[in-house]
Ligand binder design. Structure first.
Ligand code: PEP
Length: 251
């Protein structure tokens, strides 16, 4: 089954207002004509509104790098799903390995974020993936299964149409080491089989599963040629307009 590709750029804690708006302008230009795929940017919260203005009228989608489960209240440092919708964002990345590893976000908290975002009609990109140690201990599948089933607890079948999974092996993020296309395909096929178990086959067939971890112009085409890879979540290369433009226009 042909699923619509999604290329998402995660700018992490980078870019000033001027640099971010300039980059977004260039990304919007690169996305012109790429009508058979979705392109999405997740800028830092300080500039998400400005980037939203730049993207208005373009096909490029806007998302947060995280989101709280509550609509409002005493949650210092958090951004709510309602606030994201208010500035024109359509979704959020949740459970990025940097949130899990550096900021100690548990599967339980990530699940609250996923359910909260979906309940507020946002699209969710749920990130999962094993560390190098876990891969070496041959625990890759066990970790994927745990993170996926815990992360999706309470999600309804109907909500899965707004759900995207990103497989991001932690050892490949920002390291220049990409999972081989075979390693990525194996993990993606496994994730799809788990989605089928958790929901049903039809949901699994429609679910977009992105690969993330040092995606570059040089490796995007072979990754995207794999049957279960439906897109890319891009960090470092998303900060360079030319590289990201080439990734958007993968062949
Ligand atoms: C990411 O931040 O999700 C990521 C995959 O980063 P990079 O492309 O730099 O490895």
């Amino acid at each position: 089954m042909k699923r619509r590709a999604l290329i998402a750029g995660n700018w992490k804690m980078h870019t000033s207002v001027i640099d971010g708006c300039d980059l977004a302008t260039k990304v919007a230009k690169s996305a012109v004509g790429a009508d058979d795929r979705d392109v999405l940017l997740a800028p830092p919260f300080t500039i998400i509104s400005e980037v939203g203005h730049v993207l208005r009228g373009s096909s490029v989608l806007l998302a947060g790098q995280n989101v709280c489960w509550e609509a409002q209240g005493a949650f210092t440092g958090e951004i709510s799903p309602v606030m994201l919708t208010d500035i024109g964002a359509i979704g959020a990345i949740i459970g990025h390995s940097e949130r899990r590893q550096i900021f100690g976000e548990s599967d339980e908290m990530i699940n609250k974020r996923v359910v909260g975002a979906l309940d507020h009609d946002l699209m969710v990109i749920l990130c999962i993936g094993e560390t190098l140690e876990e891969r070496e201990q041959e625990r890759t599948f066990a970790v994927i299964k745990q993170q996926l089933s815990a992360g999706l607890s309470g999600v309804t079948r109907e909500q899965t149409s707004r759900l995207v999974i990103a497989y991001e092996p932690v050892w490949a993020i920002g390291t220049g080491k990409t999972a081989s296309k075979e390693q990525a395909q194996e993990a993606h096929a496994y994730i799809r089989s788990l989605v089928s178990e958790l929901f049903e086959k039809e949901v699994a067939e429609q679910m977009r599963i992105l690969y993330g971890g040092s995606v570059k112009p040089a490796n995007v085409d072979e990754l995207m040629a794999q049957p279960d890879i439906d897109g890319a979540l891009v960090g470092g290369a998303a900060l360079d307009a030319e590289s990201f433009g080439r990734i958007i226009n993968f062949k």
